[in-house]
Design a protein around this ligand. Structure first.
Ligand SMILES: Nc1ncnc2c1ncn2[C@@H]1O[C@H](COP(=O)(O)OP(=O)(O)OP(=O)(O)O)[C@@H](O)[C@H]1O
Length: 259
């Protein structure tokens, strides 16, 4: 397998009783790219993403991260390996502040006995780092880092979730429908953020039903159909109507990009 590939999967299978959610599917994410994953409802995109992010254990098949086979036992295990997934709804805890959300599960403790024995949090340090990370990604339209996340706009929330994923040395960021609940302006911000993250060299998997968004930011498009990857297309060589036709089976792809 080429060095250019950061995350791949081969022949993944997942059965739920008689339903085959993944039917020998393959997957390949290259370094530094935005790979969109598209497919009709029930095609098996979520199951694939859950397998890549440790939320589902495949019945068969192999996942390779950075050249090494991996078997994730949980989403936390996948995170520990550098795969961050931002789900549309589950991304953040609304009642907690921005800084607390950014450091959830990775809190910075105070030095000395207060930190080691009493596990006291270094709030100042966390606020400072959170501010820096948001600033880096051009997200400082947020006024107050101690503001509860529930008071942010949808776009800002997505921003915080993506910033959190991007801030902690992730190797891969998976975004599940990041613009689905957002207005035009907020969607634009999130699309810009995706491009910023790519510019920093972090590859992104973008699951989306929004064809204009997919065509705007994706370097390649993985088309999923009936539980497996049907083809990978170049958005510069194919139209949105081609993509939809492949997804729905109205058209069979003739040639696809090397996957
Ligand atoms: N936990 C489960 N138990 C039973 N069947 C499941 C489960 N998860 C997924 N499936 C089935 O597997 C198939 C693929 O579902 P999946 O959610 O992966 O598709 P999807 O492409 O993400 O769909 P959508 O775009 O509608 O979210 C569907 O037929 C679904 O009903």
């Amino acid at each position: 397998m080429s060095d250019n590939v950061i995350l791949s999967a081969r022949n993944l299978v997942k059965r739920y009783g008689r339903v085959i959610a993944m039917d020998n599917t393959n997957f390949e994410l290259r370094r530094g790219e935005v790979l969109a994953v598209i497919g009709d409802n029930g095609a098996g995109k979520s199951t694939l993403i859950k397998a890549l992010s440790g939320a589902v254990t495949p019945d068969e098949g192999e996942i390779v991260l950075d050249g090494k086979p991996v078997h994730f036992s949980s989403p936390q295990d996948a995170r520990d390996h550098g795969i961050e997934t931002v789900y549309q709804n589950l991304a953040l805890s609304p009642a907690l502040s921005i800084a607390d959300n950014m450091f959830m599960g990775r809190e910075i403790r105070k030095g000395g006995v207060m930190g080691t024995l009493f596990r006291a949090l270094d709030k100042k340090k966390m606020e400072q780092v959170a501010r820096e990370k948001l600033n880096d990604l051009g997200l400082m339209t947020i006024q107050n880092i101690n503001q509860a996340v529930e008071t942010l706009s949808g776009g800002q929330r997505q921003g915080v979730a993506v910033a959190r994923a991007a801030a902690f040395g992730s190797k891969v960021i998976i975004l599940d429908e990041p613009t689905a609940a957002l207005g035009v302006k907020e969607s634009r911000k999130v699309l810009e953020l995706i491009q910023d993250v790519r510019a920093r060299g972090v590859p992104i998997v973008l699951i989306s039903h929004n064809m204009p968004h997919v065509f705007e930011v994706a370097d390649r498009i993985h088309v999923h159909r009936l539980g497996k990857r049907l083809c990978v297309i170049d958005p510069k060589q194919h139209s949105m109507s081609d993509a939809v036709a492949y997804m729905t089976g109205a058209k069979v792809p003739e040639e696809t990009m090397a996957a």
